[in-house]
Structure formats: C-alpha cells, structure tokens
Design a protein around this ligand. Structure first.
Ligand code: ADP
Ligand code: MG
Length: 397
C-alpha cells in the first residue's frame, strides 16, 4: 500500500528555462469522527487504487484523480514517506524554494496532517506518542537535519538555518515567534524578486530541538476564535519559513563567493468553508471575509495558473497577502506540494467537492524551478543592514 506511486522525478531540473515541474497535489481523507458517527453521517468517499476518489453523495457521482490519495487508514508515517515531502526538503537544501501547504475546511485534518493531533498539544505528549503521531512538519524537520548533517560532511561546508513563523489573520501579519512585535509587518518585494515580510523576526537556529520549540510556541500563539464548526478552529493562515544557506564551494575570493539560498515553507491555511456554513456574524464576519479574500485570491491565482491561456496573462498575486507570499510557490521558481484535506461525511459533501475541485485545478500548475543564489557579499551586506537597523530600533526604544 502506498508503495508504487512515488512518481516524483528525483533528478534535479537540468535546464531551468525549459524544465517544468507540476505542482504535486495529494488528498488526505480523515476518518469519520464520533459526532458524525452518532448522527449516522455516512462516508460518501471511496478510494479507488492509490490515486482516485469516487464521490457518491447527493450530487451526481464524480471521480477525481490526484498524485496520491491517502485514505482513512493512512498513518502519519505513510503521509511522510509517500507525499513527496522528502523531495521538497532535498530540493530546499539544493537551493530551491519548496512549499507545502494544507488546504481544506475546518476540521478536515489540516493541522493534524501538518503538526499532529491537537496541534501544539502533541508537544506535551510522551516521546512514544510523539514519534507515532507527529505530522509532516516535525518529520520533515527531522529529515532536514539528518540530510544537512550528511551534506555538511560530504561538502565540508556548514549550513546556516534561519527561521521565521508568522500568521496572516484578518489580512494582518502577526509574528508567531515574537508576538509582541506585530504592528508594522508588511509584505515587501515584487513578483520578479519574490515577496517577503519586512521586519519579520528571523532567528538563526542550530538544532532540531530549537526549531521544534519555535513550532510549538508559534502554534500556541496562533489566533483562535470560537466557531460553530469547531471551537478551537484556527482562522488564520500560518506560515513557517526555513531558510537554508550554504556557501558554494570553488571560489575563495570573498567577492566572488556565492551562497545558495534554499527555502522550505509550510503553510497551514485557514478553513476554506463558506460563510453561510459557519454563520459568522459581526467581527467574525469580517474575519471570514478576509480569510476568504486570501483564499479566494489563492483560488483565482490557481485557476489562472492552471489555464494555459490565462497563465500567460496577469496573475493577481498582489490582491492578497497570502498570494503575494505564495507567489514564488505557485507558477514561480519553486516546487510545491498541496495537501487537500477532506472529511468523508455526507454532511460535508459540498465542502469536500469544493476542496476537490480546487485541488484538481492546482494539478495543472507548472513551476519552473531555479536554484536561488546570491553573492556572499550581498548576503553579508544585507545582514549588516539588518543588524544596523535592529540596533537603530533598539536605540529608539
Ligand atoms: P483542521 O486543522 O483542518 O481544522 P484538525 O487537524 O484540527 O482540522 O482536525 C480536526 C479533528 O480531527 C482533530 O481532532 C484531529 O485530530 C482529527 N483528525 C484529523 N485528521 C485525522 C486523521 N487522519 N486521523 C485521525 N484523526 C484525525
Ligand atoms: Mg487547524
């Protein structure tokens, strides 16, 4: 089971100008939960083989095919091994931008799949439980450090890891590592050079445990609002960004020295459900609108990118913060894994169909991966500027 379809190309893109890399799209179906079971809410999804899902609900039956489908019996380990995430990590080490994002309605298993059951709660469980239940992100981090150790030895060159963690909540960006520092976080940059969050706190880390601690604290800091679908459902998009830098061997002149700058990004998106399902009012309605604004724009970008004619035209990345920050991941120079999470219950038919349609469009997106490099001098100058700026800011305080 889940053996045969590791169909990802393993070799690197040879000629970046011609080599395309489709967005890899996988679907994970969570088990029917107790609440649904009590209501006799039956499963309307049938997996056929390892890549197809048949939806047989009230609407006409439909079959969808993806790069892989993980059914209710799939374990966290299965998802880690057969999702393609290892390739994303390997590519990030090589200097590409790798992005993995989870999409789906609230309660469909996004956080479960990314972090583990209960989100941050997993970090408080004993080690045996964690090893079994950790989601994709901690597993990918473990794999990353394992590969970095091997690579650093092979190449005899150290890696530098910088981490930032933020959430987009109500079209505002909040720093999840340093939650006190939130006021002026704006998206900067351009479609050409890539977007980033200006002034976002970035920290160098050296060990896996440091990174896991950031993940845990960040998750605790995520915005929560009561919601009639799921009381602790998150209404924000959380974005963990791991920059991986390594000097490229072969030139000892510091002016000529180049640095490879890969990036591994994980995004746990806010629930994709429609307003009328969640019956949000007042402040919550604004939240839902803004959440939908980002997701709606993401949907528009995905539609445009998946259409060969529209792809050549204007892609509205600029219309939301989320899409600006994901511009590189979608139809850009990175490689992307989308995980669509769905509930099998008949009561979720419309939302599940909407997620499957969304995911289906994403399959047609092509990226043209290129390795990101920068001259070492540029990197040093940039870091010097950052240090100077931080000193200035501290001075002002
Ligand atoms: P989301 O982040 O999409 O809102 P969650 O990840 O919080 O949803 O999942 C909702 C509930 O369902 C949680 O209690 C979670 O542990 C459980 N759940 C989700 N996916 C699975 C799964 N594959 N196996 C078992 N339980 C799951
Ligand atoms: Mg969640």
């Amino acid at each position: 089971k889940h053996r045969s379809y590791y169909m990802f190309r393993n070799e690197q893109a040879q000629d970046p100008s011609t080599e395309k890399d489709r967005v890899r799209v996988i679907v994970r179906i969570r088990p029917v939960n107790n609440r649904e079971m009590e209501k006799n809410d039956r499963s309307i999804l049938h997996c056929e083989g390892e890549t197809s899902i048949l939806v047989e609900g009230a609407q006409p039956s439909r079959r969808f095919t993806f790069d892989s489908v993980f059914d209710v019996s799939s374990t966290q380990e299965d998802v880690f091994h057969y999702s393609g995430i290892k390739r994303l990590v390997d590519m990030a080490i090589e200097g590409y931008i790798s992005t993995c994002f989870a999409y789906g309605q609230t309660g469909s298993g996004k956080t479960h799949t990314m972090l583990g059951p209960g989100g941050a709660a997993i970090f408080r469980m004993d080690e045996n439980y964690r090893i079994k239940n950790f989601g994709l992100v901690p597993r990918a981090i473990n794999y990353l450090f394992q590969r970095l150790r091997e690579k650093a030895q092979e190449t005899n060159t150290p890696f530098y890891i910088r981490v930032s963690y933020c959430e987009i909540y109500n079209e505002q960006i909040r720093d999840l590592i340093n939650p006190g520092h939130t006021e002026s976080l704006q998206v900067r940059g351009s479609v050409e050079d890539g977007f980033y969050v200006g002034n976002l706190f970035q920290t160098y880390i050296e060990t896996m445990d440091e990174l896991l601690t950031i993940l845990e604290e960040g998750e605790l800091n995520r915005a929560m609002a009561s919601h009639n679908l799921n009381d602790t459902s998150s209404r924000s998009h959380a974005m963990l960004s791991i920059q991986i830098e390594q000097d490229i061997q072969g030139n000892d002149d510091p002016k000529e020295q180049m640095t490879r700058q890969g990036k591994l990004v994980f995004v746990d998106l806010a629930g994709s459900e429609k307003v009328k399902v969640s019956l949000s009012k007042g402040k919550q309605l604004t939240e839902t609108n803004n959440i939908n604004k980002s997701l709606l724009t993401l949907g528009t970008c995905i539609s445009a990118l998946s259409d060969p004619v529209k792809r050549a035209g204007h892609i509205p990345y600029r219309d939301s913060k989320l899409t600006r920050l994901l511009a590189d991941s979608l139809g850009g120079h990175g490689i992307t894994l989308m995980i669509a999470c769905i509930s099998p219950a008949s009561s979720c038919e419309n939302e599940s169909l909407s997620t499957l349609r969304y995911a289906n469009r994403a399959k047609n997106i092509e990226n043209a991966p290129i390795i990101k490099t920068d001259s070492k001098e540029n990197v040093i100058n940039r870091l010097k500027r950052e240090v100077r700026k931080l000193k200035d800011e501290n001075h002002e305080l």
